[in-house]
Ligand binder design. Structure first.
Ligand code: TYD
Length: 201
């Protein structure tokens, strides 16, 4: 049986990584094989691309979008698709949907154009469920850890990203679900697992 691909999304400081770890732990307790990945990164090539994406000085918006797609192509081929074929669950900190929100919408490249590029990159391996952890972008920025090139774009940019996620959820309600991130990580993880089981079970 094919596994289930679950992605966590949100603006900076939404708590995706903590909730992702809690989701993976819960699933493991239930006896599932779980592979945790993060984007950008997750493969040796992807980690090198991550360094460029987060710390290069100059980068055009399309160069940025293409590098995100490139690390994703590698991650899907090397890790995600084989894990799903083996019947494992994949819990991903960010995904294809980050590119739609950040590059497609907030950077203004166009959601459909960015979607096209990424469709070539991932060849149909897209998350079964995308949970957007919804925090106020100002509060999220205040909680942000290390500030990188994209995370340092400021509040207006984060607001555009947050709105983009809401639009994506409206457009694809069966796949993209917005969850208010006020609860603690364990409670949020429980919600994510319930949504995932409903979607993939
Ligand atoms: P990361 O350190 O993983 O940040 P976070 O903890 O917020 O997830 O850095 C990822 C940064 O890259 C973050 O600012 C979001 C951005 N990003 C995109 O712009 N497009 C993408 O497709 C992805 C995966 C991330």
């Amino acid at each position: 049986m094919r596994g289930c691909y679950v992605a966590l999304e949100g603006v900076e400081g939404a708590g995706k990584s903590t909730v992702g770890r809690a989701v993976a732990a819960r699933l493991r307790k239930r006896g599932f094989d779980v592979v945790e990945v993060r984007e950008p990164g997750g493969t040796p090539l992807g980690e090198e691309i991550r360094r460029l994406l987060l710390h290069a000085d100059e980068m055009t918006p399309w160069a940025e979008a293409m590098l995100f797609a490139a690390q994703r192509a590698q991650l899907v081929a090397e890790v995600v698709a084989p894990a799903l074929e083996d019947g494992a669950w994949v819990v991903s900190d960010r995904s294809y949907y980050s590119s739609l929100a950040y590059q497609g919408d907030a950077r203004g490249l166009g959601v459909e154009a960015v979607r096209k590029v990424n469709e070539y990159a991932v060849g149909g391996v897209v998350p079964d469920l995308v949970v957007v952890l919804d925090v106020d972008p100002g509060r999220g920025l205040a909680r942000q850890g290390d500030v990188d090139r994209i995370g340092g774009q400021g509040l207006e940019f984060q607001r555009r990203v947050a709105e983009a996620y809401h639009r994506l959820a409206e457009a694809e309600p069966s796949r993209v679900v917005v969850v208010t991130a006020d609860a603690g990580p364990d409670e949020l993880a429980e919600q994510v697992v319930a949504l995932a089981e409903a979607r993939c079970g």
